[in-house]
Structure formats: C-alpha cells, structure tokens
Write a protein that binds this ligand. Sequence first.
Ligand code: FPP
Length: 257
Amino acid sequence: MGAGNDTILLKVKKGELPSHLAIIMDGNGRWAARRKLLRVEGHKAGATAVDKIIQASIQIGIPVLSLYAFSTENWKRPETEVNALFELLNFYLKRKAKSLIKNGISLRVSGDISKLPLKSRKLLNETITNTSSLNKLILNLCINYGSRDELLIAVEKLIKKRIVLGDIKKISSLPEWNEIEENLYTNGLPDIDLLIRTAGEKRLSNFMLLQSAYAELYFTDIEWPDFGESELLKALIEYQRRTRKFGGLVEESKTGK
Ligand code: FPP
C-alpha cells in the first residue's frame, strides 16, 4: 500500500468491513482504446489491477472477494477476444500458483466451467485443489457466470435432490430460501455487502443478483485497469458512511436475515 494511503487504511480498518466484496471489472476495452492499444492490452492491464486489489483486500482484511471475469454473455464477443481472455487466465493461474499459496489465498470459481477450454479447466481445478485449505482470503473468480443460469442450475439440483429423497410431499412443496442458497455457486459464502462497478456503467449485468439483495452499490467512472488501492479505500469509506437497514429501521445484521 502506498505511503499516502496509510492513514486512510488505518481509518478504514477501524470501521466495519464488508464480509464479501464483489467487483464488476469494467472498462478494459475503453482504457485500451483511449491509448490506441488493442483490447487485449486493456485486459492485460486489468489482470495487473486484479493483483493490486487482491493484495489490498488482504491488507485491509476483507475475507471474500468476488471478481466478474467472464459472463455467460461474453461468449458473444469475437472469438479472438474470447481466446485471448482464456489465454490470459491460463497465464495468470500459472504465474500466480505459488503466490496464491504464499499469500494464503483460497481460489473458488462461480460459473459453469465445463464450457471452458480444457487447459483453463485443468488449471482452475488444480489451483482450487491446491489452495482449498487456505483462509486468508477467498478469491471467488466468476467465470462463465450469470445469475439467471446460476438460478436455473440451482433449481435443477434442488429438484434432483428432492427426487432422490423420494418424499412426494417435499417434491412439490415451496422451497425455503436456504435450500436455494445452498445450491448456488456461492454456497457457504456470505452475502455481498459491497458491490463495485467500474467505468461509469450503472447496472448489474446479470451479476450476483440474489447474493446482492442487500448489497451497497458503488459506481465509479474509473476504468478497471486504473482501479487501485486508493480507489478501493475510497469505496470503503463511502461504504462505511452508509446506514444499512436490511428492510428494518436500524442496522440489524450483516446477512440481512
Ligand atoms: C470488462 O471490460 C472486462 C472483462 C469482460 C474481462 C475482465 C478480465 C480481466 C480483468 C482480466 C483477466 C482476469 C483475470 C482474473 C486474470 P470490457 O472489455 O467490457 O471493457 P469495455 O466496456 O471498455 O469495452
């Protein structure tokens, strides 16, 4: 963390921190276009920003960080860009394997990775296995992720489990929320407290719609490659200023339940 941020860091650490921070990393393409670079250069710069935010999250003490790296809709992009994104992911996972372990980072994935190139699947699964016992930070990469797909898959899993149980009354009864929740990709993770989207767009784009039910939303014009620790601290200061009510009159609990 830069020296100029130290005082702000101390202030932020004294306040309430999000149990789960999620980021829609937007603006890599625009960042590159403004510099007359190829879009892939923007994604590379985005991967460097990922590193910085992981380090900052650990230093601040944020336990869970979800990053929207590839959506179910991103397949619509030109094949060259899609391939470049997965190559970048592979390069990143290979280069970072040791430092994830050294830093106590446990990797998780939210999304249907069965559709990913074999090499990416292999590297993701290896890294998930090698880091599963670590607990300094849970890094939840959202890849081929979309909230609507996630819900459909969760309902399918839930129905299958009910059929296996074979209880006819249970098969047709309304599920409890926790039954849905435990079949989402994010099973076991806390709800999102703070959701950041970079690069000026003010929408959620099918990202963690259920997990963000009570999240504080923070939008910034800063493009993702330029989003560093001082930008994160700014977002956290704004988060700590907000009053959270979870539908009640006073702050009740971090989970909104
Ligand atoms: C959105 O910017 C960004 C993405 C679709 C990809 C995010 C990928 C990275 C940050 C780098 C790789 C990540 C890892 C974990 C190695 P955009 O391309 O939609 O930007 P634009 O809206 O300006 O065109």
